[in-house]
Ligand binder design. Structure first.
Ligand SMILES: [Zn+2]
Length: 137
């Protein structure tokens, strides 16, 4: 069974904590919801209010993943859909199909980070090949 996209998970059914759970750590599902909210251009305060956490918690998560994008990559936001010449993956944020895991991770991060930050944390595979290619010509 295909995994649900972020829209399928949250557009109709946004999660909400009880008041007694306000100070718990963010779960993986809640982190996915925050990313969905940011994708929908919700302000942090709206995401926090819906979820039932402090606005600072949302801002802190955003700050943390900017410095450590593995926090995004570990949330299972893409899935393998094919394996012909290259592995093919489906992005669960926008449903695009992308070849190779490296490019898929770069594609996924691009939804939430600036291009230069993506390049810094996940350099494109081509950059490493470039030298050999140009030397061969
Ligand atoms: Zn995407």
């Amino acid at each position: 069974m295909p995994k649900p996209t972020l829209d399928e998970s949250f557009a109709q059914n946004p999660p909400s904590r009880g008041p007694d759970q306000r100070h718990r750590w963010l779960t993986a599902g809640e982190r996915r919801f925050i990313l969905w909210g940011l994708k929908e251009r919700w302000p942090a305060v709206r995401i926090a209010t819906q979820l039932g956490v402090n606005e600072a918690t949302v801002r802190k998560f955003r700050q943390n993943y900017s410095q450590d994008p593995s926090l995004i990559l570990e949330l299972g936001l893409y899935e393998m859909v094919g394996k012909l010449v290259d592995d093919e993956f489906k992005c669960l944020v926008c449903e695009d199909r992308v070849s190779t895991r490296q490019e898929t991770e770069r594609h996924l991060l691009r939804h939430f980070l600036e291009q230069e930050d993506v390049d810094f944390h996940k350099p494109p595979a081509k950059a490493r090949r470039k030298r050999g290619t140009s030397a061969g010509k």
